[in-house]
Design a protein around this ligand. Sequence first.
Ligand code: GDP
Ligand code: IMO
Ligand code: MG
Length: 429
Amino acid sequence: MGNVTVIGAQWGDEGKGKIVDWLASRADMVVRFQGGHNAGHTLVVEGKTYKLSLLPSGIVTGTPSVVGNGVVLDPWALKSEVERIRDQGVEVTPELLMVADNCPLILPIHRDLDALREDASGAGKIGTTRRGIGPAYEDKVGRRAIRVCDLADLGDLDPMLDRLCAHHDALRAGFNEPPVDRRRLKNDLAEIAGFVLPFARPVWREIDNARRNGKRILFEGAQGVLLDVDHGTYPFVTSSNTVAGTVASGSGTGPSAAGFVLGITKAYTTRVGSGPFPTEQDNDVGQTLGTRGREFGTVTGRKRRCGWFDAVLVRQAVAVGGVTGIALTKLDVLDTLDTVKVCTGYKLDGQDLDYLPAHAADQARVEPVFEEIKGWEASTEGARSWADLPARAIKYVRRIEELIRCPVALVSTSPERDDTILVRDPFAG
Ligand code: GDP
Ligand code: IMO
Ligand code: MG
C-alpha cells in the first residue's frame, strides 16, 4: 500500500476537502505542503459541516496532521481555526497537529500589502483572498521571512526585523503608509508564540519515520493546477506551486513519496477571482450550476464564476500536475440539465488549438469548441456505486476519461463523506 497525493485539477474548490476526509480514515498521516489560509476545504460528516483553511483535513478523523514547511502560516489564523474546530468537538493536540518549525509566517504587514496592492491595481487586480499569501512567499524567497522556529527566541529577532522592515518600509512609503510598527509586531509575536510553539517540530523527521515504518501518508494539496504559479493562468494565479511535485520540497521528503496522484476534478468548472475562463457561462446555465452547486467561496464568500467542463484544461493539468487518476466530484449538480456541454478544443485566430497557450492575452481570447452530450435528467445524488448511476451519466464520465486521457478513480455524488463511488483504490497504487 502506497501514499496518495491529492491535488486540485482546475482552479481550486474542486472538493479536495471532502475527498481527503474520505481517504483520511485509511491514512496514518495527512500532510499539507503548500498554500495557506487562502484555502477553504469543506467536509460534511453526518450532516455536520467543517470548514478548514490551514488545518489538514485529516484532523477531523483524528489522523495525525502535519503543516509542512511549504505552507505559509498565519499564526493568528491558526489559533482562531483551532479554537473554532475545537468548539465543534474536534480534538487538536500537539500529538495530532504538527507544524514545521521551518514554516514561514504570514504577518499583519503581509495582509496589509496584499490589500494595498490589490486596491491600487485597478483593472489589473488579481482578486486575491487578501490574506497576505503572495507577500509572505515573496519574503520567504527574499530571505526576509520570520519562521515558526524564530518564535522560540524573540531576543534574536532584531537583525531579522532590520532586513524585513527595510524592505517593507520602502514599499509602505510608496503607498503613503507609515513604517512597520516594530514594537507592536514584536509584542504580537511574543503573544502568539505560546500558542504555536507546542505544535512546532522538525516534521521532516516525522515524515521520514512514517515512511521507514511503512505508514501511509496522504498529502493534501490546496488550490489547483490552473492556479500554479508556473503552470497556471499567470498572473491570475496563487504564489505557490500546486502541482504534485511540490510534495517533496514542501514537506521535506523525496519526490517518490507522492505515490498515487489523485486529481480532484469538478464535473463542470468554477473559478473565483479574476482571470481567463474559456468555458464560463455568464448566463442561465452558469446561474443553474452556481445555485445547484452552492458555488460561494468558503474563504471570502465571493460568488464563484461557473462554466462547462473544460477537457483541454484538465488534460493539461493531468500532464503538468502528474495526475495518476481523478476523483470526479459534483456530478449530481448536472442532474437536471437536458444537455451538458464539454469543451474539447479551442479556436484561436481561426486555428485549432488543443492546449491553453502561456500568453495571458491569448488565454483570454481562445474560443471553446463544445461537444454536446444528452443530459441524464435523473438523480445521481448520494449514489455510492456504478450501478446507482443512470447510463447517460456513466457515458459522460467515460467521455471525460477519454478526453483528459486519465482514468476516474472516484466519483463524488454529494457533499457527504460517504456519498462516494470507489472505482480504483488510490492507496493500492
Ligand atoms: P476544496 O477547496 O477543493 O476542498 O473545495 P470546497 O470545499 O471549497 O468547495 C467544494 C464544495 O462542494 C463544498 O461545499 C463541498 O461540500 C461541496 N461538494 C464536494 N463534493 C460534492 C459533490 O459531489 N456534490 C455536491 N453537490 N457538493 C459537493
Ligand atoms: P482551495 O484550496 C479557489 C485564488 C484567489 C485568486 C488567486 C490568488 O479552497 O481550492 P491568493 O490569495 O492565493 O494570492 O489569490 O487564487 N485562490 C483560490 N481559488 N480555491 C482556493 O483554494 C484558492 N486559493 C486562492 O481567488 O484568484
Ligand atoms: Mg475551497
